[in-house]
Write a protein that binds this ligand. Structure first.
Ligand code: SAH
Length: 412
């Protein structure tokens, strides 16, 4: 029996741009807005000649009018659909050995074929964010299936993202809607332990997307003096400090509770926090002062929050990244390692490399690129949607050798 939903028709030839697997249809591509469908309702997308293209959910209020859920005309959007998507996501995460890593992103929205949905797993608990009205309407199909397929002990809904307002949704208080969800819990990541505040921590409690960069940092950190800027609860700091009792780590963050948890995370891993520095400060102010005091570190980590959330903020953000990277280089000893990151979706890897190159030239430094990263395997991205690839991270060695000072990238 075939399945049908109300139809949204595309303008002529608009289906061609969807052929590569992209999951968004902008309002300008629609022949006419299907006004009779409630916001978030399911629709069948058809070409101008009436052929079935895809099935998704519709929001008349946003630029992205339709987010695609399936291209199979026979696939209904029901509990079975949810089960299939969730199973596929769970299977990908079987790369993690739970004895070493029991916290990861379980569902990464479009990357896992479920636009508008983010689910993070922390041990026995799931933390869920619903970011679109279409996904909100699918909530009754979703939560039970999630609990069944993951055998989680509890589910916390954190619908606090401001992006919900653009969708016409309310911003909600965190609420446990299944089982028991503790305030705080200890997770393992590559056998390192971290306390996570599930209810009040930033985002869903922990920045799971830096796991592979934290691991990569280990090989540089042994016995070194490390500066971790925007440390949050000490993710990079603990990994570095664990490499050797000779390693000394300074963690800087503007959030007092984050720094308090960072100290606790040192203790949790058998490290003495008093052997390290923890500073509550604005990183820009701290770096200015450290540079004027001629402080020198062997390793500098720069993992700021997103400086640009929209295309219009991009130019201003690039300036801020430049300023930050110049300051970072000023406190890095010659031949030291810089890990610089950007989690702004509108800033590309080439943009970040350009920032590095310009910062190096301003400060008369050479840069050797060592490693580049995006998110970890638990944050898959749809190949057709490079714009959803938000995180970029670069490890490089910064030196003074003028013979190495060839500009790496176009600096216009
Ligand atoms: N590297 C961290 C995640 C960083 S998230 C990890 O691995 O877990 C960004 C952090 O920057 C947040 O903890 C936030 O409190 C902090 N922050 C934001 N603006 C800041 C500023 N101007 N100075 C210092 N910290 C800042």
């Amino acid at each position: 029996m075939s399945v049908h939903y109300p139809t949204a028709s595309l303008k002529p030839h608009k289906e061609e741009s969807l052929a590569g697997g992209h999951l968004w249809i902008f309002s300008g591509a629609l022949q006419q807005s299907p006004r009779w469908i409630e916001a978030g309702g399911l629709v069948d997308v058809k070409s101008s000649t009436g052929q079935f293209i895809a099935r998704g959910y519709y929001n008349p209020q946003t630029d992205i009018a339709i987010r695609i859920l399936t291209r199979d005309p026979e696939e209904a959007i029901d509990a079975e659909f949810m089960r299939k998507r969730i199973r596929s996501a769970v299977e990908l995460r079987s790369v993690f050995d739970p004895d070493q890593t029991n916290a990861y992103r379980l569902i990464h929205a479009e990357g896992d074929g479920l636009p508008g949905l983010v689910v993070d797993r922390f041990g026995d608990a799931l933390v869920v964010q619903i970011n679109t009205i279409g996904m909100e309407r699918l909530r009754p199909l979703l939560l039970n299936t999630l609990m069944q397929e993951t055998r989680a002990g509890g589910l916390l809904l954190r619908n606090e993202s401001q992006s919900r307002r653009r969708e016409g949704l309310e911003v909600e208080e965190p609420i446990a809607i299944a089982g028991e969800v503790p305030r705080q819990l200890t997770i393992r990541e590559n056998s390192v332990q971290f306390l996570v505040d599930l209810w009040q921590g930033q985002k869903t409690g922990f920045f799971l997307d830096q796991r592979d960069k934290r691991e990569a940092l280990r090989k540089y950190a042994r016995g070194k003096r490390v500066l971790n800027c925007f440390s949050y609860t000490g993710g990079f700091s603990v990994y570095a400090a664990l490499t050797s009792s000779e390693t000394n780590v300074t963690s800087v963050d503007i959030s007092p509770p984050a720094i308090e948890v960072a100290r606790q995370n040192f203790t949790l891993n058998g490290l003495d926090p008093d052997q390290h520095e923890f500073l509550i400060a604005d990183v820009f102010d701290y770096l200015e002062e450290a540079a004027s005091n001629r402080e020198q570190f062997d390793i500098v980590v720069l993992d700021p929050p997103a400086f640009a959330k929209t295309q219009s903020a991009r130019a201003q953000a690039l300036k801020a990244y430049r300023r930050l990277n110049i300051l970072g280089m000023q406190v890095l000893r010659l031949g030291g390692i810089l890990l610089t990151c950007s989690c702004s979706g509108v800033v590309s890897m080439d943009d970040l490399l350009g920032v590095l190159s310009q910062s190096a030239q301003r400060f008369r430094r050479s840069v050797q690129l060592l490693e580049t990263y995006t998110h970890g395997v638990d944050h898959p991205t749809n190949l057709a949607m490079p714009e959803t690839n938000y995180l970029k991270a670069v490890f490089c060695r910064v030196g003074s050798d003028s013979s190495l000072m060839t500009p790496l990238f176009d600096t216009h």
